[in-house]
Design a protein around this ligand. Sequence first.
Ligand code: URP
Ligand code: ZN
Ligand code: ZN
Length: 489
Amino acid sequence: MSTIVIEHGTVVTASGSIEADVLVEGEQIVALLAPGTAPASAGSDGAGPLERVDASGKLVVPGGIDVHTHMEMPFGGTFSSDTFATGTEAAVWGGTTTIVDFAIAPRGGTLREGFDTWMGRAEGACAVDFGFHMILSEVTDETLAEMGQLVEDGVTSFKLFMAYPGVFYSDDGQILRAMQRAADSGATIMMHAENGIAIDVLVAQALAAGHGDPRFHGETRPPTLEGEATHRAIVLAQVAGCALYIVHLSAIEALAEVRAARDRGQAVFAETCPQYLFLGDELMAGPGLEGAKYVCSPPIRPRHHHDALWCGLGTDDLSVVATDHCPFCFKGQKELGRGDFSKIPNGLPGVEHRMDLIHQGVVTGRITAERWVELTSTAPARLFGLYPRKGSLLPGADADIVVYDPGRHQVLGAASHHMAVDYSAYEAMAVTGAVDTVIARGEIVLRDGSYRGRPGRGRFVPRTPFAGLEVPAPARPASLRDASSEVLR
Ligand code: URP
Ligand code: ZN
Ligand code: ZN
């Protein structure tokens, strides 16, 4: 069994910071020790190899957990350009040691088929541990019936879409039924909250008027339609009594709905992503087709939304920062939308830069270092059934640890990043802070600027159902229950 001592660093967790050494044996953390008290040789019997990691002047934090990635995701006739192998190697470079990706149930097929397909892609390829959410692209009696089994198998969250009619879209009735089933099985519903029916009208009108440039992607998806959908999702979740997690929240209007629901005591949570904190909608109006690089949904918003979102991160109305990493190369992929913005594959690369970008909030004093850890590791672990095995530095936890240099300067860009995509959404951005060493389940996978991981070392992590539904679900009168979901209970 290998032993690692991380010494002389400042241990930062969501609950506080201390000077301590971290002792790792095998795949687990075994102790936090007073500085300088680590054993001189390895193993409980005092024998065996011991590796020392000097963290002087650095932060020792739980490995990042990105609960929103799309590796090899089919979208708009193409696939996102990172495989599970390339995307998780990039994750390591950025200090992320666990991802939760989205398996998609095929239309007309079963959830199990979707799970097996995504497992087939990820197993043997991932460099870090991984889990899955399940995208319910169709809500039918059959898919509803399968949800409970998936929860038992460790897929405890299901994403629904109020956007993309004809592709992933679910109507309110379907959403309510899935939410009721989630309430029954302890699952969390993740919602893409944009009013896709109204958006499609605006898109058709823009194209008919000859407005095909990327900037019209933003103009046809106004923040009010994100706010409206967020409100509706919250109301439906209240009726069903399920836990709701709003993904990729981008706008003040949506944040206000989440805040109001949380103030009422409803189990509503939300994530935002670095692109909604750092990028402005003027980027979609870049020269030629440049704006296509910034097309994602919800769209990048005008910059005045940034302050409100940072404020939400401070007040916990936004509980998580994930990336929604869904990269498409400019050449050959984003170019599919030349002349018609609706054909630009939606999504941005980001899995490598989340820890660094959110660390800028620490540098500028918007959040504490402890909150940085909470937003990028501990809260996602708690909300998605991974804690305390992941997202903590407690004895017994998986030894997923990042040694982070808070003072190192770096400049982000496509020439130096490790994601399999030909551009960076953060090209030439200077940031303070950089990953120094990464340990994933007890193995040093990044050290001294050299990657030591390998595809396939990551394992599937089954997750437990959400345990924090503090407000009892409202009793649903039998007459309001969907007859088929009664049968399925
Ligand atoms: O533009 C985005 N967000 N692409 C990924 C798919 C999704 O809706 O999360
Ligand atoms: Zn989405
Ligand atoms: Zn996504």
